[in-house]
Design a protein around this ligand. Structure first.
Ligand SMILES: Nc1ncnc2c1ncn2[C@@H]1O[C@H](COP(=O)(O)OP(=O)(O)OP(=O)(O)O)[C@@H](O)[C@H]1O
Ligand SMILES: [Mg+2]
Length: 184
């Protein structure tokens, strides 16, 4: 595809109070590429990510995903096509790990067999085999050892849950000045 990926073209975001969060950003993220935005607190990393799925709208410039301007797309559809992994939140506590991962394909009305196959594939990918972890709930520890419990099972389930879309990204926790983004 000619315009595959995410393209920022002279993007500026000035919030209503006059804060210029992003001045003039031109950037291309190609399919398969992993991009990390690294910078001091307040330099505009989160604003940059949020503009891709229209949680924040640019003041000027354009952002395209696979060649289509995000501002011309229905925000809900756009967001369902893009994963956004947020640490510590974002998983439904009353639904199993497998049900969490199945959330967006369900909204997209995939058939059951396709959802089951994808859920299994994604849980395997993040190291939480479906047979062992699919029926557990997000708060249940992943391993008996404390080190295993600390190994980010929640974040991995979150990553799997949001990995259905064309692009996936993760905002680092407060104090961690990184924000990796990738396009699948
Ligand atoms: N809704 C808002 N209204 C006004 N200013 C805002 C708003 N959101 C963010 N800002 C300001 O925009 C600038 C960029 O913020 P942003 O959250 O994008 O930074 P960041 O690089 O993600 O920071 P951190 O590393 O702390 O997460 C900061 O000066 C911030 O205070
Ligand atoms: Mg941030």
């Amino acid at each position: 595809m000619d315009h595959a990926g995410i393209v920022f073209d002279h993007v500026r975001k000035e919030y209503q109070d006059g804060t210029v969060a992003v001045g003039d950003l031109s950037l291309t993220v190609t399919p398969g590429e992993v991009l990390c935005l690294v910078g001091p607190s307040g330099c505009g990393k989160s604003t940059t990510l949020r503009m891709v799925n229209r949680l924040v709208e640019p003041t000027s410039g354009t952002i395209t995903v696979d060649g289509t301007d995000v501002l011309g797309q229905d925000p809900v559809r756009l967001r369902r096509s893009i994963g956004y992994v947020i640490q510590h939140v974002g998983l439904f506590p009353h639904r199993t790990v497998a049900q969490n991962v199945a959330t967006v394909p369900g909204l997209l009305k995939w058939d059951k067999a396709r959802i089951a196959e994808r859920v299994e594939q994604l849980l395997d990918l993040v190291g939480l085999p479906h047979a062992t972890y699919g029926k557990r709930y997000p708060h249940e520890p992943v391993g008996r050892r404390a080190s295993a419990r600390r190994s980010g099972a929640g974040a991995r389930s979150g990553a799997a849950r949001h990995a259905h879309g064309r692009a996936v990204w993760s905002g680092g926790p407060p104090g961690q000045a990184t924000a990796p983004a990738g396009v699948s």
